[in-house]
Design a protein around this ligand. Sequence first.
Ligand code: UDP
Length: 258
Amino acid sequence: MVKRQKIYEGKAKVLYRGTEPFTFIQHFKDDVTAFNAEKKDTYEGKGVLNNIFSEFFMKGLSEIGINNHLIRRINMREQLVMACEIIPLEVVVRNISTGSISKRLGIKEGHVFSRPILEFYYKDDKLNDPLVNEDHILEFEWATVQELEEISSIAFRVNDFLSGLFFGAEIVLVDFKLEFGRPLDKSNSKVILADEISPDSCRLWDKKNNKRLDKDVFRLDIGNISEAYEEVAQRFNLLPKRVSVQNNKMKNNIFSLE
Ligand code: UDP
């Protein structure tokens, strides 16, 4: 077997050179980290679910004309994506206050914003991904004016789309993080949505009882992350077929799928 060329390894994913020009293979690991990797663990099968989630949300976004890096899922843990240079920004959209904004500004957890709030963080683990504004982004040339306009417009459209989709599954989309890239194939000149959309990068609360169904379960040690992610997958009918038929056996089987 030909050894694949690793382009980059992050906390939850690995990128390999793709099989076609201007492509990467995005591999989802089972590792989960929080607080800039100070807290770490592994949950068997988390990568399988995040691969399926990200495919599902990115496909939905393509259908409403939001360009993103997904070409196709190629196996249980991997997807073929358009090769991009990642813009070094974490783009966060917030509908409800929690997490860092509640801490930073003393806003009561659960406060519903009158309109979504957009924030940018500079992607740099050494600096702990600091909050930055548009002047910083332009001054340090992390993105251009046109790119920032495009990124902001896409981020709000993604919020509208995902909020509706989750609402239909009785889940509240509290906030989420997006990343954007510049395609290496220069015939495609605009920024596109990249990275992943999954319960690792969103805050999802059960509409009935505000139960956390996302990575906060791990961050805050408030339950079983596998159960939370499976619950979300089940609401969208995304659990791999072999296991969704036998609920009682699911715990043993789902996470061993490769
Ligand atoms: N987020 C993420 N990766 C990060 C930081 C944040 O995916 O490195 C997501 C997080 O899951 C949440 C949103 O971005 O959905 C806002 O996170 P927040 O700024 O509240 O950060 P935290 O409280 O996690 O430090």
